[in-house]
Design a protein around this ligand. Structure first.
Ligand code: IPM
Ligand code: MG
Length: 360
């Protein structure tokens, strides 16, 4: 007799367009995986409004018990004057840190139908398929000291600390090498392209040394290239198709992934997965923010949220067939002309999701 444990997906719709786009991902999940238990909780600004904190202990405990967590978006001008540790973004950072989901996978994939919608010339992005692996739980986001202090002369000084240890570098680099093994390419940087500023930063020098060492020890079958992060920013818009897996620290990965999103047509298209060691629930989120300017209007693009669900199925729930199905349906909906405003159309959030559901 076989018993299958019920899998749980915790939805954290959050703020702004978060609830609208997560609702569409929920419909897709309910359609394709009716056995999945789907829960929902407050997170971000909406949690602050209700409970005085952006992430309650109770929600954190539920997140640890889930098989995967799908977040919508957090933040908005409403909480601009809230102290930093209570801001919606703090919920996101604590969730990442508490779960220790150190490897943030951000695919930048250009669907054929959208090659013309990119900020770059069509031929530069046609067939583009980059995977950014961003370190997510260390670096300048978390390093101490981190403070604004007042000096004896009355001047104020803001301090952030960029810090990385060997193990922090090695574990995320190992993930990048493993992912590159499953993505064979013949392009110029066919394996892992590791980015840092080793020319000016000691943490960047350590990064380069440790990635090189790990590569020699365990991953010499994968091609490894290094590039300074500023040069990588340039290369991303000059010849993006040269790049396969781009590895970067928390801050450079944040910036380079926003840049890469524009190659694909719209930031409304990009999903992400944040993974830790085996057994840790994965945290999934669209790369786009809460987009307060269009929140509540029902016009946001739900594709990033739906593709984040695709990643949930693939990386946390062991349902690659369902994931393939979702990915293909998004492609077909786009081929059929389905477009929200961000990619040059006029469909509502619901209409776009329906166009995808029609192909499932
Ligand atoms: C992202 C976002 C976050 C980050 C913000 C909202 C804290 O920009 O996920 O890329 O900087 O990590
Ligand atoms: Mg960002």
């Amino acid at each position: 007799m076989t018993t299958t444990k019920t899998q749980t997906l915790l939805l954290l719709p959050g703020d702004g367009i978060g609830p609208e786009v997560t609702e569409e991902a929920r419909r897709v999940a309910a359609h394709l995986a009716p056995d999945l238990r789907i829960e929902e909780a407050f997170f971000g600004g909406v949690s602050y409004d209700n409970f005085g904190v952006p992430l309650t202990d109770e929600v954190m405990a539920r997140a640890r018990k889930a098989d995967a967590i799908l977040m919508g978006a957090v933040g908005g001008p409403k909480w601009d004057n809230v102290p930093r540790d209570k801001r919606p973004e703090a919920a996101l950072l604590s969730m990442r840190k508490n779960l220790d989901v150190y490897a943030n996978l951000r695919p930048a994939f250009c669907f054929p139908a959208l090659a013309g919608a990119s900020a770059l010339k069509t031929e530069l992005v046609e067939g583009l398929d980059i995977l950014i692996v961003r370190e997510l739980t260390s670096g300048v986001y978390f390093g101490q000291p981190k403070t604004i202090e007042t000096l004896p002369n009355g001047e104020r000084r803001g301090i952030d600390t960029q810090v990385y240890t060997t193990s922090e570098i090695r574990r995320v680099a190992a993930r990048a090498f493993e992912l590159a093994r499953g993505r064979t390419r013949t392009s110029r940087f066919a394996g892992v392209l590791s980015c840092e500023k080793s020319n000016v930063m000691d943490s960047g020098l350590l990064w380069r040394q440790e990635v090189t060492k790990l590569h020699q020890e365990r991953y010499s079958d994968v091609k490894l290239d290094h590039m300074l992060a500023d040069a990588a920013a340039m290369h991303l818009v000059k010849a993006p198709k040269d790049i396969n897996v781009l590895l970067a620290d928390n801050l450079f990965g944040d910036i380079l992934s926003d840049e890469a999103s524009m190659l694909t047509g719209s930031i409304g298209m990009l999903p992400s997965a944040s993974l830790g060691d085996p057994g840790v629930p994965g945290l999934y989120e669209p790369v786009h923010g809460s987009a307060p300017d269009i929140a509540g209007k029902g016009v946001a693009n739900p594709i990033a949220a739906i593709l984040s669900l695709e990643m949930v199925m693939r990386w946390s729930l062991g349902r690659a067939d369902v994931a393939d199905n979702i990915f293909a349906a998004v492609g077909k909906a786009l081929d059929g002309g389905a477009r929200t405003a961000d990619i040059g159309g006029s469909m509502s959030t619901r209409q776009m999701a329906d166009a995808i559901l029609n192909h499932l």
